[in-house]
Ligand binder design. Structure first.
Ligand code: ADP
Ligand code: MG
Length: 448
């Protein structure tokens, strides 16, 4: 086949491939797939050019199987798919691949453009943008914390992408805390510490570690990270960290690390309000090429309050139902799809699940909670249990009081008021309570 023929052949099957993906794998299809350009189809290989290195890496790792399946189904031949990208960005692509190896891949979805700002994340978003504009020169380190599913990883990745967009030879290492720990331990075992230090101290302009709270209890990794941190910091290399809690609440974290983390900008993301959730749903749907009507958007946003990841799950569900309903994205479809998604405020859990979560969180025993002990380390978890029991179960004040050590209903009322008050005025406490609730709902969902 001549070059021209192979180009034409590639182009002729491309549209069918996109249609196939839309039908078979719609939750994974993104609007930017339309920016992919088929280039050539020869010798059992379809070559597709991507607009950026990040897109290339993403499709090559996350979507190769489904593209292969699609091209084979469309052509009826054994064909595989190869993804390339434009020349200038290719260097960045190789370098990223080199650094990540089996590490996290940056997702083209996680860009600043695709991040919706509202009152609860504006500050974190602005800080990330400032850092992306002038890495190492504004806030260093930048520390973002907040409950799961509120966009920390998204912001970190958007920052990396923006840094690369501005200067594509920046040496970024972006990895999860787990990978950092594993890499460290492997190097300790194989005696490659020299190489480890060389990578993290000398060969990086921007070090980004996601979920740094996993350093908890890893003493030797903490020690190593402390020196990594200092070396980078002294050379004005940018450090960006995320965590599910503020530095001083990460358990078993060395004081000197806490003070290092606090020395730059510490900013928090919180649960988005209803309007922001609506904007996020709209944006996420558009990314998948769907235009949702306003009433459907509002329906989804009202079903999910605390975790944006669940909003996406809801959209996926609706996509599935819409396929069955002839592609209609109306309120009926949304209602059907989300029927079993009770709004979080109405979700019920068992008293045992509450006890499991609270005792694990505060490291106390049920027998303590049921005892007469009045030490603060016991009364607080006891009051949290009572509060959650009243919020999330149907037990009466008397029943709850009786269960927690034969206390009367006024004690329970007092506990509920106290926790409500603390939740309102003490953001640190509110954060903790959110985390307990989140794991409680997760446990309840698992056992349901
Ligand atoms: P975290 O790292 O805080 O647990 P993620 O960054 O993984 O949360 O976010 C979970 C999902 O929610 C991701 O798909 C992310 O794109 C989305 N998300 C979170 N916040 C926003 C936002 N403000 N705008 C758009 N998408 C968001
Ligand atoms: Mg994350």
């Amino acid at each position: 086949m001549s070059t021209l023929d192979s180009l034409q052949y590639a182009q002729s099957v491309w549209n069918d491939i996109l249609v196939y993906l839309q039908q078979m794998h719609s939750p994974l299809v993104r609007q930017w797939f339309h920016e992919l350009v088929p280039q050539d189809m020869t010798g059992g290989l379809l070559t597709v050019r991507c607009a950026t290195a990040i897109q290339q890496q993403y499709v090559a790792v996350k979507c190769r199987d489904m593209f292969t399946e699609a091209v084979q189904s469309v052509t009826g031949k054994l064909v595989s798919v190869n993804f390339t990208c434009g020349t200038t960005a290719a260097a960045a692509g190789n370098r990223l691949a080199d650094i990540y190896s089996n590490e996290v891949i940056l997702s083209p979805d996680y860009s600043f453009d695709n991040f919706v700002t509202g009152p609860t994340n504006r500050m974190a978003h602005a800080a990330c943008q400032a850092v992306a504009e002038r890495p190492g020169k504004t806030y260093n380190p930048l520390f973002i914390h907040g409950a799961p599913g509120l966009g920390k990883t998204h912001l970190l990745q958007a920052t990396c992408q923006e840094i690369l967009r501005r200067q594509d030879d920046t040496r970024i290492i972006y990895l999860s805390c787990d990978s950092f720990i594993n890499h460290f331990m492997e190097c300790v075992q194989s005696g490659d510490m020299h190489q480890f230090r060389n990578i993290y101290r000398n060969r990086v302009d921007v070090l980004v570690i996601d979920d740094i709270h996993f350093l908890a209890g890893h003493d030797r990794t903490q020690e190593e990270f402390f020196h990594t941190f200092n070396t980078l910091y002294q050379q004005s290399r940018q450090i960006i960290l995320s965590s599910d809690s503020p530095p001083n609440e990460i358990p078993e974290l060395e004081d000197r690390l806490i003070s290092r983390f606090n020395s730059g900008l510490v900013t928090r993301v919180e649960r988005p309000c209803f309007e922001t959730r609506c904007a996020i749903v709209t944006k996420k749907a558009r990314l998948r090429g769907i235009n949702l009507p306003e009433n459907v958007v509002r329906h989804i946003a009202s079903r999910v309050e605390s975790n944006i990841r669940e909003l996406e799950g809801a959209i996926t569900k609706i996509q599935g139902y819409a396929m069955l309903n002839g592609g209609r994205y109306d309120l009926d479809t949304a209602r059907q799809a989300l029927e079993d998604m009770v709004p979080p405020s109405e979700r019920m859990v068992s008293i045992q699940q509450i006890i499991d979560q609270v005792t694990a969180f505060y490291n106390v025993r049920l027998s303590d909670l049921q005892s007469k002990k009045r030490h603060k380390s016991i009364t607080l978890p006891r009051q949290v249990c009572m509060y959650l029991a009243r919020q999330r179960t149907r037990y009466s004040l008397e029943e709850v009081g009786g269960y927690f050590g034969g206390r009367d209903h006024t004690t329970v009322m007092h506990a509920v008021e106290k926790i409500e008050e603390a939740r309102r005025i003490d953001s640190t406490f509110a954060d903790m309570l959110n985390r307990i609730e989140m794991s409680l709902l997760a446990a309840a969902a698992k056992s349901a």
